[in-house]
Design a protein around this ligand. Structure first.
Ligand SMILES: *Cc1c(COP(=O)(O)O)cnc(C)c1O
Length: 399
């Protein structure tokens, strides 16, 4: 069998259009393809591979649990899930955790919980959900409808109702939407897919105050920002604004699929037995790997390292820009970084990704105008410099 990109078009549903390069092996921040070509990985599996590829702690956890027990279902609980939940609640505002398999599922649980909480406490009229334009919360029908890009939710028939959107960082517009019939507000504490857009602290504080005033739950989607990505364990901790419900996924499993919805005991009690569930959620294999990832990242030295790497990353990007003048700015927090293309390259961010691959560098985009970098949180300085040298060649090839 010839296993190549052409086979994708033959046997895979065409909802993706992947690169011609098929990676077969990874180690730390480096990846090799079928032909043995080496790449520096600044994509990190879209903010998932927080410890790079095949980190020894994760491989050890996977092997150890793989020889113990893989799956039980929710008729039985398991030690890795209980340990991980205890560690996550000890490290955050939350008292209790619901495990799922992905970010979308964690958000789906958060939204269903918010609706049920509002119904139980206030009645059916309190169902309005407010979210933000350009926000991204996953691809289930509920989460994609809450997400702020109609292009992703149109064309699938009637949508879940009572969901409205407003501009991120526009507190006045938000004020005019929220009322006593609002059950929840869902937001990313830094918009990732939407273009690496940070919130203004006054905006988030204002949203929190208005949620309190109208008895609405504030849900932070930390699927992309969580588990060290911004240099905080969770981004809310850096903002000084605490949500009522939070979702976590991506980096949580370091590459093994897992999602989590975290909340307080008072809110959690509305998800009574039978209200919600998942066959795989809280699976021992996923939780064992996530526990190892969480233990490794939840370390002040590792989190401080992310902030140091952010400085170097941005400095090198700015140096490249000073030479070639391709970006209007470099933004983001921790190792969630966006380089915004300037007018000359408007709508052409993807060309930087393609040119980078030619030079042996994996990168990402966030929309049409932002080149995005979400490398391993433990990438070495040497690998950052080598990756940036390759990125500079890619930029030079475009100007
Ligand atoms: C990636 C992402 C999701 C979706 O996660 P999946 O695991 O793909 O379902 C949700 N919210 C945010 C903020 C994300 O970045």
């Amino acid at each position: 069998m010839t296993v190549n990109r052409a086979l994708f078009d033959e046997v895979m549903v065409p909802n993706y259009n992947p690169s011609d390069v098929i990676p077969v092996r990874g180690e730390g921040a480096r990846v090799w393809d079928q032909q043995g070509r080496e790449f520096i990985d600044f994509a990190g599996g879209i903010a998932v591979n927080c410890l790079g590829h095949c980190h020894p702690a994760l491989v050890a956890a996977l092997k150890e649990q793989g020889e113990k027990i893989w799956h039980l279902s929710n008729i039985w609980t398991n030690e890795p899930a209980l340990r991980l939940a205890k560690k996550m609640t000890d490290a955050t505002f939350a008292d209790q955790v619901y495990f799922a398999n992905s970010g979308a599922e964690a958000n789906e649980a958060a939204l269903k919980l918010a609706r049920r909480w509002a119904l139980d406490n206030f009645g059916a009229q309190k169902s309005k959900i407010i979210a933000f334009n350009q926000g991204f919360h996953g691809r289930t029908f509920f989460t994609v409808t809450v997400g702020g890009q109609a292009a992703y939710s149109d064309g699938f028939g009637p949508k879940p109702g009572d969901i409205v959107h407003c501009d991120y960082n526009d507190l006045e517009a938000f004020k005019s939407l929220i009322d006593d019939n609002t059950c929840a507000v869902m937001m990313e504490p830094l918009q990732g897919e939407g273009g690496i857009i940070a919130p203004e602290v006054d905006f988030v504080k204002g949203v929190r105050e208005l949620c309190d005033k109208h008895n609405a739950l504030l849900i932070f989607d930390e699927v992309q920002t969580g588990v060290g990505r911004t240099g905080e364990l969770y981004a809310y901790q850096g903002l000084g604004v605490t949500p009522d419900i939070m979702s976590s996924a991506k980096a949580l499993g370091g590459g093994f699929p897992i999602g989590a919805m975290l909340t307080t005991k008072e809110i959690a009690k509305h998800l009574k037995p039978g209200t919600h569930g998942s066959t795989y959620g809280g699976n021992p294999l996923a939780c064992a790997v996530a526990e190892a990832a969480f233990d490794t990242i939840n370390d002040p030295a590792v989190l401080a390292g992310v902030k140091e790497k952010e400085v170097l990353f941005k400095q090198l990007l700015n140096d490249i820009n000073a030479k070639y003048d391709v970006f209007s700015g470099v933004r983001g927090q921790g190792l969630l970084i966006g380089a915004v293309v300037n007018d000359k390259f408007k709508g052409r961010a993807r060309e930087f990704l393609v040119a980078s691959m030619e030079q042996g560098l994996m990168s990402l985009v966030a929309g049409a105008d932002v080149v995005r970098f979400t490398p391993s949180l433990v990438i070495s300085e040497e690998e950052i410099r080598e990756g940036m040298a390759r990125f500079e060649k890619a930029v030079a090839s475009l100007v």
